[in-house]
Design a protein around this ligand. Sequence first.
Ligand code: B3K
Ligand code: ZN
Length: 882
Amino acid sequence: MRPDAAQPVRLEDYLPTAYAIETVHLDFRLTANATRVIARTCFAPRESTAPGTPLVLDGDELTLTGLSLNGAALAGDAFEATPGKLVVHAPPAGGFTLEVTTQIDPEANTKLMGLFRSNGAYCTQCEAEGFRRITYFHDRPDVLAVYTTRLEARKSDAPVLLANGNPVSSGDIDGTDRHFAVWHDPFPKPAYLFAMVAGDLACVSDTFTTMSGRAVDLRIYVEHGNEDRCDYAMDALKRSMRWDETAFGREYDLDIFVIVAVSDFNMGAMENKGLNIFNDKYVLANPQTATDQDYAHIEGIIAHEYFHNWTGNRITCRDWFQLCLKEGLTVFRDQEFSADQRSAPVKRIADVRLLKSHQFPEDAGPLAHPVRPKIYHQINNFYTATVYEKGAELVRMLKTWLGEADFRKSMDLYFERHDGDAATIEDFLACFRDAAGIDISQFSLWYDQAGTPALKVGDRWDEATGTYTLDIEQSCPPTPGQDAKLPMTIPIRFGLVGPNGHDLAWQSVSGGEVRGDVIVLTDKTQRLSFTGVGARPVPSLLRGFSAPVTLNHDLPHADRVFLARHDGDTFNRWQAVQTIAMELLTVGTRAGKAAMPSVDVADLAALMDEIAADTGLEPAYRALVLQLPGDADVAREIATDVDPDAIASARKALASAVARACAATFERAYAEQAIDGPYSPDAAHAGRRALSAVLLDYLAENDAAHSARSMNHYETADNMTDRLAALKVLVHRGDSKADAALEDFFQRHSDNALVLDKWFTVQATAPFDGALDRVKTLMRHPAFSFTNPNRVRALISAFATGNQTQFNRADGAGYDFLAATVLELDKRNPQVAARLLSAFRSWRALELNRRGKAEAALRRVENAETLSSDVQDIVARSLQQG
Ligand code: B3K
Ligand code: ZN
């Protein structure tokens, strides 16, 4: 092990601290390079704490400049301070007040954890362990305290001073050019929810009246000049507040709710109590700068952070192993919100696509971990698709299993029983046990067993007796550190589709529990027999993707085509088309594109033609059905010896065949999507634009005139969604007009960094030779900045995760580039570097040559002289055996 590797933290070792914290008074005197922080904290020993037990506080790169206990300076031998720890050897028995003074350098904080500067404004990010970069503290989620925060700064530097809670007082400091503000947060919270912001920011305000009639002051702070791009975020906030009242009975609890948008931020946003800090990408929008997808993300993330006020803040986590308690649950809540605000089937498909593209590969590779991990070296690396997205699926399964009413009852009990607690997954599940009266023990395995379970299905129809039998076997693949897995409770929503397309009834069922339209699987193998079925059914299983599993059922091709046409469950209609396409693509990849059976290709094209023309289906849904599985989806399906070039060529051949067969319909449907009147980001209009973008791409496939159509789409666009869709078609098809369009796009938006991110991404994801060189050149572009996480993600992460053939170049140059870039970035910002490195998460699935080259690149990272604990953790786990 490297000498600087972080020691592992284990769930089984959990112990509370010896001292609790009642209150903390923080006093910041802000200057760019030497901010002084005084933390006056009241500690109280726990009942079991022996008198004289040392007080041990967390720190990270801290400089201690003063220390007193109960008002008296501490003698040098009474404590020990290093940048990473403060120990008071023998504090007095009973409660005591410790006053710690530290000096920190926000300007030099390139990790963007703790207190840092973004475009001149001071701001904080404390989750997971950033507060210890501000002062010595019990920086862990189970120590809850009431915070009072005083901020002092030069008026010209920072006219706006914000912290958690409600404002208490503010004013000028006589005889100086400084002013101050005091904020008080009455709700006890852990340190990771602390936040402060100070800067010269513009404010957009509104009000919201809660269900009990309290008026809440709503404010969004942004850099000057961005005020006119906050309307959508504000509207989304108000809708979120109302929705949480009606859907979960949750009311907001402070007098003010503040959102601050900053341009340098490691993640999407942060739910600090009453003071959410956002990556500006997820706040700022107008039709000229934001795509429909940006609007949807803004809505979802504003909601997510707001919903954390109850699931995360009022009820927080006992320790970081319980992260999914707040994240999985809050993702589930934001998914439900967006489904309610938009189209539920379209939202579900989008969520499942995200789960499959991000979480399934994680679960199938060396970085696999349970939704509730049991060990970590670096907690920052566990803000993963597994904790968030699979965590949300587990909550969704509870709802599917129990039904709407018992789900709500259980959630009500959770809020009532645990308000003010730092809770665990056991606490959460106990509420479902108690409110719904179910045995939750087998279901709880979902939190502990990593890997995507597989269901192998066989079926039989007995015409003579009208009996339909389903044989289902569940298994879960081995994952790092976990070989044998136990069977789990799996809710399978289903229907038996009859010849006329309607679901058939049955008289009785044996072999397992069926609640309404949900089979509740519990055993490794189960045989369910349905009697009294009127005709041979076609089974529609896992409707709505009711469990995060893979389903292996050799359904005859004709049955799949039947489901694609007739399944009453819109999700499974989409799934049927995807499965047909996936079968073709895997054959085409393994045996060459000529091996795709032309009859099946024709069936797929016929389905797509019908669906494209079906004006009874919403355009957003049609857009999803028409999209073939992506290169990465096919790679995931193939799973071993993956050759990205073979996948790309099969996919191109299939897209081309579909485009040829459907040309006339696609042309007509494309024309039908044109929208008269001004841009609106609402779901109906966005759906039409999504469909027209998919069709534009197909139409460019075989059509000699595509250049003119795409260029026309680009030039006549009155919004970013249409303009970017056309730019992508031009650039990704290597169109002769691509460079001119890129230049035009740059000129239009040269003053807007967030829009230029799209310009970087389009180029980084262009699927042909030269993309890597283009990325390297763009890294020297004046609009690029290695210090801004959004720029790094837009150019470098987009290349590594969104350009399968070029990142996975057979000569390994893509891997070498990523390894070198990660090492460079690691010196500044380990969290973003570690995230970038996880683009290697599926390297073991590659064919031999690429696998060797990827491993060599990972070894170079592993052997670098200095590595952050973040990158060290990812590289070590990526390379571990088994
Ligand atoms: N809770 C934050 C994520 C913090 C990540 C720290 N490395 C945002 C969210 O999930 O809402
Ligand atoms: Zn969250």
